[in-house]
Design a protein around this ligand. Structure first.
Ligand code: NIG
Ligand code: FE
Length: 393
């Protein structure tokens, strides 16, 4: 049995309501805390010295804050090349258009497995160094039957949370016949990716897929046993929210533009809204109003959307800082959204908190409180990262 006690923790965010100094605090914050890990799982979390757990190894956190490992529930990590030129053009006043995806498709189709694997490994390491211990990865940068299966297989090498996004954009060879492409996605492509995937997603947006196409594709995925999630309301209003609630998707992502009826529908549902502020940062769009969603009672998650077009960053600490500064979230809400919220957006109960038996994924911050994540933006504050009780960064 391997046991570890992290003690002298300045501030422990447990995300267990009822466990914290304030029983009503959903982030279960304990000051002057300790946390015990047995065989890679959380065995105990509480006030330091309150209960003397039997442990073989003791680590002195020296007053640092500890939070659960970040859960990044939305990324597009398998691709080749980059699109820095498009970023330059946007910063010179051009708008973002979904069609840029086709350039990454061309680069990714041309790359070997090893090239894609090396890029993926580098991004995964980058995430670990910034405290991310669970992450989702989407396909969507090949858009052929064999190619999407290849991306799904490579993604599956680094995570259990693989999403089929054959409906990312209609590829060049099908622009004249969209229906044939949707048929392909719902039929042979879906079948080819199934052994590697848990989720189905659609980019439901002007320039990508219509509501009717999105409904058909999500239904095909659900019928094949996949869990649904959706990209919607990134570039404008649309019926994405109604579709999301109609199909009971686990998470609707982006939601930059929402009207009052959208917020009402979301509040009446169990759908998680995953906000992706890296996109607004990198496309110069207005940030979504997280305050309005939270005040209406909606569950909000924060994710990086790491991709070469609209958000080439894997940094959850940056998402926390942007959410606090630009989206009306408190630090507590943003840290919860980037950890427990991400777990909820992936339907996971074993990560995102220090509940008894949770996987021991922890981030030690080089700071006395989690507030520093937003208060000291851009500063590398991650001191150490444990995943399943093992030091990974
Ligand atoms: O989440 N919205 C769709 N997919 C990405 C953009 C991908 C790209 O531009 O390459 C996103 O923003
Ligand atoms: Fe995305």
């Amino acid at each position: 049995m391997s046991t570890l006690l992290l003690t002298n923790v300045g501030e422990l965010t447990t995300n267990v309501e009822g466990l914290g100094d304030d029983p009503a605090d959903p982030t279960g914050l304990i000051r002057g805390a300790a946390v015990a890990i047995v065989d890679g799982r959380i065995a105990w979390a509480g006030r330091a010295g309150e209960k003397p757990p039997v442990v073989s190894t003791v680590v002195d956190a020296e007053g640092r804050a500890i939070i659960p490992g970040f859960v990044d529930s939305h990324t597009h990590l398998v691709f080749a090349g980059d699109r820095a030129d498009e970023f330059d053009a946007r910063m010179a006043g051009q708008p973002y258009v979904a069609g840029g995806i086709r350039r990454t498709v061309a680069a990714s189709r041309a790359a070997s497995d090893d090239e894609l694997r090396a890029r993926l490994a580098a991004l995964v390491e980058e995430m670990h160094r910034q405290g991310t211990t669970t992450f989702e990865v989407k396909t969507g940068y090949d858009l052929t039957v064999d190619g999407e299966a290849r991306l799904a297989r490579l993604a599956r090498e680094v995570t259990d949370e693989v999403t089929f996004l054959g409906a990312h954009v209609v590829p060049d060879e099908f622009v004249g016949d969209r229906d044939a492409y949707v048929d392909l996605v719902c039929g042979p492509m879906l079948e080819a990716v199934l052994p590697f995937t848990r989720w189905i997603d659609v980019f439901c947006e002007r320039g990508a897929f219509t509501l009717a196409e999105s409904r058909r594709i999500l239904r095909a995925g659900i019928a094949a046993g996949l869990l649904p999630r959706l990209h919607a309301n990134q570039l404008g209003h649309g019926g994405g929210v109604r579709l999301a609630t109609e199909l009971d998707v686990i998470s609707i992502d982006h939601c930059t533009y929402l009207d009052a009826e959208d917020v009402r529908l979301l509040a009446a549902s169990d759908v998680v809204v995953t906000l992706l502020p890296g996109v607004e940062f990198s496309t110069r769009q207005p940030y979504p109003d997280a305050r309005r969603l939270i005040d209406a009672g909606v569950s909000v998650a924060l994710a990086s959307d790491c991709n070469p077009g609209t958000s080439f960053t894997s940094s959850q600490p940056l998402m926390v800082a942007l959410a606090v500064r630009e989206m009306g979230m408190t630090v507590a809400e943003a840290v919860w959204a980037a950890t427990a919220g991400g777990a909820r957006a992936l339907g996971r109960t074993d990560v995102g908190s220090f509940a008894l038996g949770a996987r021991a994924d922890l981030v030690l911050l080089d700071a006395p409180s989690r507030t520093h994540l937003a208060y000291r933006p851009g500063v590398p504050l991650v001191h150490a990262v444990y995943r399943g009780g093992e030091l990974i960064a």
